[in-house]
Design a protein around this ligand. Structure first.
Ligand code: NAP
Length: 259
């Protein structure tokens, strides 16, 4: 299937590591132009060097998404360089373990880290998304549906992203801008690795989790998440909006007796 996104411009927050890196690469594979917005300088320079060896156009902007001015700069630079924005993938986030014991300060910091930039990116991109009849994809988490324990801030932010997906889908119908969310569950990324390494026996924890994933007893790959994201960015999903799609091998929804 040709996804028909050649030369379309998509901003991917956190687009040089983990799931975001997968999305950047999938956009490139379809002939689209990714703009990586992240604080991960080293990883971004590595990917940019790789992409520069091909004919694919791309761009990156380095900074911290908690800074609203940085979010505005991403949009300004993208428009200056390419003259258009066809989609936003809100992906950057950190499961920072700000639980009930951590206190109000940690809770607020966690929301700052995981939520406000999802709004800021869409706010600043809106005039250009109206022009392109663009698409927005919010990467949330299974934690929004299942809880995890010990991570109030992340859970609240991930839940709010789902609420905003429905709210924006309704709000932006009049501009034919589509808004959807993806829920990953267990995907091996640098973030996930860090989390696993907090356990006494990470290997045992990892195989325990895998054994409970119904489809194939394995983790979801970043490519599998990215394929769904790029489909939702593309005109091939032109009548899909306000949807919350769980890409997790059946982990969250299938009958537990299966595993
Ligand atoms: P990751 O490997 O840590 O990659 C995320 C990237 O975003 C990193 O480069 C990170 O930089 C960057 N980033 C985070 N906060 C930022 C900020 N404030 N400003 C600029 N850049 C920032 O994470 P991932 O596992 O791919 O997760 C991507 C998304 O999927 C997140 O929203 C996460 O909640 C969601 N998710 C992941 C899983 C999973 O199994 N991996 C499951 C459910 C949901 P640093 O490396 O410097 O932090």
């Amino acid at each position: 299937m040709n996804l028909e996104i050649k030369d379309n411009v998509f901003i991917v927050s956190g687009g040089s590591k983990g799931i975001g890196e997968g999305i950047t690469r999938a956009i490139v594979a379809e002939g689209g132009i990714p703009v990586i917005a992240t604080r991960s300088t080293e990883a971004t320079i590595r990917i940019s060097g790789e992409l520069s060896k091909t004919s694919n156009k791309h761009h990156y902007v380095i900074g911290d998404l908690r800074d609203t001015e940085f979010c505005k700069k991403i949009i300004d630079e993208t428009v200056e360089k390419f003259g258009r924005i066809d989609g936003i993938v809100n992906n950057a986030g950190v499961n920072d373990g700000a639980g009930l014991e951590a206190g109000p300060g940690a809770f607020r910091k966690s929301i700052d880290l995981n939520l406000f930039h999802y709004y800021d990116m869409v706010h600043y991109a809106l005039p250009f998304l109206k022009e392109s009849k663009g698409s927005i994809v919010n990467i949330s988490s299974k934690v929004a549906l299942t809880g995890q324990g010990g991570t109030s801030g992340y859970a609240a932010a991930k839940g709010a992203q789902l609420a905003l997906t429905r709210e924006w889908a309704a709000d932006l119908l009049k501009y034919s801008i589509r808004v959807n969310a993806i829920i990953p569950a267990e995907v091996m990324t640098p973030l996930y690795r860090n989390w696993l390494d907090t356990f006494d026996n990470p290997d045992q924890k990892e195989s325990g989790i895998k054994s409970k994933i119904p489809l194939g007893q394995r983790m979801t790959t970043t490519e599998e998440i990215a394929s769904m994201v790029v489909f939702l960015l593309s005109p091939k999903s032109s009548h899909t909006t306000g949807q919350i799609i769980t890409v997790d091998g059946g982990y969250v929804h299938l009958d537990r007796s299966l595993t």
